[in-house]
Design a protein around this ligand. Structure first.
Ligand code: HEC
Length: 126
């Protein structure tokens, strides 16, 4: 009887832990959107199209994040890296700044939000 209770308890605890870590790992698109508005919109535009006056003044132009033809070919890993380490980390312009103060889950939220902007929609697989 006692051992049966222990088994039930341990099973429940493990299930709860797995559930919690699953939540922590799944990206929060809304949080990514908020960060995007604060940190990326000044250059990439609030809609990601990079057609604000500031965006147009920059050389090279900030990437149009709605351009699925370009963006969908980039892997999650590539996006994570360029956002965290900046343009030079992937051979691009230093005008694209690093975000070293962001935690991994915040960077993942940004990647997840970027994926929602693409036209045609991102189908996964990268
Ligand atoms: C100071 C202006 C500026 C800010 C702020 C900025 N970017 Fe950029 N970003 C650029 C420019 C300029 C490029 C184009 C670099 C190039 O093509 O050499 C770029 C390119 C990119 C690319 C394309 C990378 C590739 O492989 O072509 C991504 C993705 C990106 N930015 C995401 C972001 C995200 C997410 C944020 C907010 C955390 C952000 N950027 C903030 C200027 C900016």
């Amino acid at each position: 009887m006692f051992s049966k209770c222990v088994v039930v308890f341990v099973t429940t605890a493990v299930a709860a832990l797995v559930g919690l870590s699953g939540l922590a790992e799944s990206a929060d698109i809304e949080a990514g959107k908020t960060l995007y508005e604060q940190r990326c919109a000044p250059c990439h535009g609030p809609d990601g199209k990079a057609n604000t006056p500031t965006a147009k003044a920059l050389q090279p132009s900030p990437r149009d994040h709605t351009d699925g033809g370009y963006m969908n070919a980039l892997s999650d890993q590539h996006l994570f890296r360029v956002i965290k380490e900046g343009g030079p980390a992937i051979g691009k312009s230093p005008i694209m700044p690093p975000q070293f103060d962001l935690k991994d889950d915040q960077l993942q939220n940004l990647v997840a939000f970027l994926r929602t902007l693409a036209v045609p929609p991102y189908q996964g697989g990268n």
